[in-house]
Unconditional design. Structure first.
Length: 94
């Protein structure tokens, strides 16, 4: 019989950081009010609470959250990868 389980949902040792949990933690650590963050993002509080439950978020949402939190989520997540940024020669197209 064919395996119909959703392979993208299966956990591995290389799973991504739980972004929603990270966002909730940052809000708590910075003593921010979820209501104010929601207003800055122009979303209802229930939408913000749904973000906290998501293991991943779109880059556009991370971008807007970073601005509202005054915290660079993109760099934080990138640093947690423990993969150095490649700094080799890049041919520029002009």
């Amino acid at each position: 019989m064919r395996d119909r389980s959703k392979k993208y949902l299966q956990k591995t040792g290389k799973d991504c950081l739980d972004i929603g949990n990270l966002v909730a933690w940052i809000i708590q650590e910075k003593h921010l009010k979820k209501k104010n963050i929601g207003e800055q993002l122009n979303i209802v509080p229930s939408t913000l609470n749904q973000y906290f439950k998501q293991p991943s978020l779109q880059v556009g949402i991370l971008w807007r959250l970073s601005q509202a939190l005054e915290y660079n989520l993109l760099i934080d997540v990138g640093e947690r990868l423990n993969i150095p940024v490649w700094a080799g020669d890049v041919a520029s197209e002009s």
